[in-house]
Design a protein around this ligand. Sequence first.
Ligand SMILES: [Zn+2]
Length: 42
Amino acid sequence: MEEVDQSKVYFRCTVCDFVFQDDPNFFPIICPQCGSEDTERI
Ligand SMILES: [Zn+2]
């Protein structure tokens, strides 16, 4: 059973520098603060 929530990883928006968690299986990763798709996994 894989019930551990390891699906969420940290991303940082390269536009506004906002750091947030999201599921990398879903694309695009969009910054919740400014709405940019220009994010990088950290
Ligand atoms: Zn942003």
